[in-house]
Design a protein around this ligand. Structure first.
Ligand SMILES: C[S@@+](CC[C@H](N)C(=O)[O-])C[C@H]1O[C@@H](n2cnc3c(N)ncnc32)[C@H](O)[C@@H]1O
Length: 288
């Protein structure tokens, strides 16, 4: 297990962690993923956090469907706060979690009831002491370079071991700026994994089944986030007008673009992205 106490985390990752913590507060769910909406709500239906939690459970069950029969040991890379790991532990797998976030470590150990080891490190810096049957990247691939995923996974999997990736990916390689632009281009990720000795065994595009979550997040943000901001702004304008004017200037200068983009997240996703679950198998030939 890694002993590192403080991890240097980039600004982009800190922004992303802030967003994750925001949604964690909204959902109070052990999962930090989009979930899988089995029956797709019709547009007029109001989406709820309760429905999202059902979808998140269904998503983890869907991941389980992708895990081949003979798998015993799983390294959950970018494990979040332990929802997926606990689900797999309950089904007899030996699971270890890994993430570079001390807050997640605390929540992970609590949620898994100390049944799983947690490695406080980035995957790129992980020094494994043994190999694994399967590495899971559930919505964590977008935080790492494709070549790092490929080489790190290949280095610590048993020969013939599996890599299960589930994430938002860019179907449009020309989409290079914006809130989802850190997602991998499907073809580039595939090329890096093939190059490292992996073969694609099974894949499924579940894009349509995650869109309701984006709609729900946007709707919650519009209704509660924006309205709270406007309300607080109004209070400050009444109490101390110069502070309000300064905050309004800061908002227009740095945050307005982010907010406008966030409100158009569903359209951005549908135009440039997809959501894939991909099971890859490492070559059975031991290169060591
Ligand atoms: C969206 S959350 C997904 C959490 C969890 N897998 C789930 O499905 O609920 C992304 C996770 O990736 C982790 N992460 C970010 N950068 C990482 C890196 N370089 N190495 C390993 N994990 C990383 C984050 O700390 C977080 O746990």
């Amino acid at each position: 297990m890694s002993n590192s106490k403080s991890i240097s985390v980039s600004k982009v990752t800190r922004y992303q962690n802030a967003a994750l913590n925001y949604y964690l507060g909204l959902t109070e769910s052990p999962y930090l993923h989009y979930g899988y909406w089995e029956s797709l709500p019709v547009p007029a239906v109001e989406l709820t956090i309760g429905q999202l939690r059902v979808a998140q459970e269904a998503y983890t069950a869907k991941l389980l469907d992708f895990i081949p029969q003979n798998i015993k040991t799983v390294l959950d890379v970018g494990c979040g706060i332990g929802g997926n790991a606990a689900y797999l532990l309950d089904r007899g797998f030996t699971v270890e979690g890994l993430a570079p976030d001390p807050f997640q470590k605390e929540r992970f150990l609590k949620y898994t009831g100390d049944r799983a080891i947690f490695h406080l490190t980035k995957f790129e810096n992980f020094k494994a002491t043994h190999s694994y049957d399967l590495i899971l990247l559930s919505e964590s691939s977008q935080y790492m370079a494709a070549v790092d995923i490929a080489s790190c996974a290949a280095g610590i999997l048993n020969p013939g071991g599996y890599l299960l990736i589930a994430d938002m990916m860019r179907s449009d390689a020309n989409y290079t700026e914006g809130m989802f632009s850190n997602c991998h281009v499907v073809a580039e990720l595939r090329a890096a994994l093939s190059q490292a000795g992996f073969t694609l065994v099974k894949t499924e595009d579940i894009s349509a089944h995650i869109v309701p979550t984006i709609d729900l997040y946007v709707d919650s943000f519009r209704r509660f986030g924006l309205n709270t901001m406007i309300y607080v702004g109004d209070l400050i304008a009444i109490a101390v007008l110069p502070v309000y004017k300064l905050l309004r200037w800061i908002f227009r200068r740095w945050f307005k673009k982010l907010v406008v983009e966030g409100l158009a997240a569903s359209q951005l996703f549908e135009k440039h992205l997809c959501y894939e679950i991909e099971l890859w198998q490492l070559s059975k030939v031991d290169k060591s």
